[in-house]
Design a protein around this ligand. Structure first.
Ligand SMILES: [Fe+2]
Length: 172
């Protein structure tokens, strides 16, 4: 079987009936899958910093990052399933995440608590921007189910940024 017929067979097997057009499936699928890759990248970085936190505020920071990690992880299944519901296909592997993520990993041996929190605050702010961009794509195709979920995730990301920002602020 040549590549073309394998793709055609796969597309037919995984096609979900939807009233949204073919362009919607492609555009929404790409936008949500990109956000999904960033959610997984940010989830793992948040857990990385949760596991490697140190210093006198260990308990506070360790627990805050655990809460934030859970909140980020909770978006992933809903994001992937939105893509399937509108007829697209989504992430298949860690390698696939690596190719699509825009938020960078942090593989450093040691990161100070202040740098961890500042980096996560920055990542969450960037994520908010990616979510707003995905919202615009979904809105264009009148995919109100995706836009309403994204609105909640924007609020969640802003909450995480707020907590991270306040935690790193120096007392006046
Ligand atoms: Fe833990």
């Amino acid at each position: 079987m040549n590549d073309l017929s394998i793709h055609a067979k796969r597309d037919a097997a995984l096609r979900t009936p939807t009233d949204l057009g073919a362009n919607a499936t492609t555009d929404i699928g790409a936008a949500l899958t990109g956000v999904l890759a960033d959610m997984f990248a940010l989830y793992l970085k948040t857990k990385n910093f949760h596991w490697h936190m140190s210093g006198p505020h260990f308990r506070d920071y360790h627990l805050m990052l655990d809460e934030q990690g859970e909140q980020i992880f909770a978006t992933t299944d809903a994001l992937a399933e939105r893509v399937r519901k509108v007829g697209g296909t989504t992430l298949r592997s860690i390698g696939h995440i690596g190719r699509l993520q825009r938020l960078p990993d942090n593989d450093a041996d040691y990161v100070t608590p202040q740098d961890m929190l500042a980096e996560l605050a920055d990542d969450n702010r960037r994520l908010t921007g990616f979510l707003r961009a995905a919202h615009a794509v979904c809105e264009e195709h009148n995919d109100v189910a995706s836009t309403s979920l994204i609105e909640v995730w924007i609020d969640d990301a802003e909450r995480r940024s707020w907590f991270l920002y306040e935690t790193t602020r120096q007392p006046r």
